[in-house]
Design a protein around this ligand. Sequence first.
Ligand code: ADP
Ligand code: MG
Length: 223
Amino acid sequence: MIEITDLLFKYSGSDFALQVKRLVIDSAEAVAVVGPSGSGKTTLLNLLAGVLLPDEGQVRVGTQQVSTLHDAARRDFRIKQLGMVFQNFELLEYLSVLDNILLPLRIGAGLKVNKAARVRARDLAGHVGIADKLQRYPGQLSQGERQRVAVSRALLLQPSLILADEPTGNLDPSNKTLVLDLLLDYARTHAATLVTVTHDRELLQRFDRVVDFSELNQWQGVT
Ligand code: ADP
Ligand code: MG
């Protein structure tokens, strides 16, 4: 499902580099990505999502060579196949919770908000305990509630790949379990692939596999 080969990525004006010879994640696999802060976990998710492009090597997701798609095709791929939970949630402050969850439908070409989509949005919100907050605005939510809006939005279009960047990072223990249950249940019932960055060691046993970033990045500091 996901295959990274001979990847090299650098930010311009930064000493950081990410070098991955090979990483394969099977279809429907649930993988936890761990590693110290600043080790490149968010960068890796952005490379998988086609938000960042590698300087060398290939990133394949399903049948798509993400690294060679043009801008419009990459955007379309992101909206239709990926569910992303961002580290900072990326909620739009001027939209209600319901409209934030429905956002992928508003920005995807050829997609529109209909009754079934609203039902699905409510259903997802119900699963994570925010069904009574759909008419609020993000500024009226706690961090944990914002997190759960972000997770609901990521699952709206039934993606085949979910990329979640510390999705349980701001939650208390019971909400951590709730959010992880939702992501894992979704992945298992839809045979979707789940890649989750996490610092929650106690949650690792619930994943099929753990990818440790300190072993993954082979960058030695020479060009
Ligand atoms: P993590 O998610 O593991 O904490 P990141 O992938 O966010 O790490 O960052 C990896 C490294 O790249 C860090 O040293 C960070 O400072 C640097 N970095 C992140 N984003 C940028 C950017 N846009 N420009 C330059 N350097 C960046
Ligand atoms: Mg990060």
